[in-house]
Write a protein that binds this ligand. Sequence first.
Ligand SMILES: Cc1ncc(C[n+]2csc(CCOP(=O)(O)OP(=O)(O)O)c2C)c(N)n1
Ligand SMILES: [Mg+2]
Length: 323
Amino acid sequence: MKERLRLLELMVTIREFEELTRRLYKEHVIQGALHLYIGEEATAVGACAALRPDDYILSTHRGHGHCIAKGGDLKKMLAELAGRRTGYCRGRGGSMHLFAPDIGLMGGNGIVGGGIPLALGVAYAVRYNETDQVVVCFFSDGASNQGTWHESMNMAALWNLPLIFLCENNQYAATTPVADTLCVPDVARRAAGYGMPGEVVDGMDVEAVREATARAVSRARLGEGPSLIECVTFRYEAHCMVLADHRKRPKGETERWQGHDPIDLLEKRLLNDKQATSEEIASLRQSVLDKLQEAEFFARESEFPDPEEFRAEHERGNWQCVR
Ligand SMILES: Cc1ncc(C[n+]2csc(CCOP(=O)(O)OP(=O)(O)O)c2C)c(N)n1
Ligand SMILES: [Mg+2]
């Protein structure tokens, strides 16, 4: 498949996956915290498009898109979200703790900023093992105010690690707007304080994100150290499915961002450059929906883990998710 169509397919898959999880949450098939990624698809897809299959990513509490973009299996993902034993972590992890080392996904995290020092450790291991893999650490604006973010930025630069700090600035941390939490307008500016390059990129433009990430990846592979990329994007939905946002956003804000929607933007490019017809785009969307229907069927039909297994694991002190 042509590269641009593949980018579109991945973004459509993420959006439709999220729509499906929203429905399954309302039907109580998925329970617990569920943070939708709708609107932010271009950042995960653009960043992962610049990576090799053996590169690593660290995800967040809003991580379904990261997993799909890195090549995640929709059936195993949905089964995990539904708490089934066929899921990526045998139903132990759920939405915020997808962990799939076979595709280089070294875990989501329910702790805001929790993945950042882990990414530092993975990047250190890469250096220690003397391979040329790179690590991308996804986090959002709120996490960039965590102490561990600053410590990890400093150590990554000091040790010259192959680590790309990829900020998904989606304008809010839960319901708090970025202007209320950041002392400088751009997260990327902070890179200067740690002696690494920092770049702001249009996070709704999947190709711009891919190119910025590719530049950082080539630096990291050449042993030139870490970079910070700030993708300016927007989350269309409430912070979490569990609770409606208690604070209303300014009128018209979401609609303004939807006017710069990442999927529409790439579709328009494909049509303008005559690289795809509307019929081809419609059939791509249909094939995504078909795959998701299969995944839903798989998840619904899968068994729940046996509670006895949990008890036995607990008694053995074995907390390992993936064997
Ligand atoms: C250490 C920690 N503090 C607070 C929370 C509660 N919490 C969950 S998500 C969130 C907002 C995070 O904002 P941001 O990093 O911008 O991520 P986004 O939700 O925008 O993707 C908060 C405060 C948490 N999970 N962990
Ligand atoms: Mg945020």
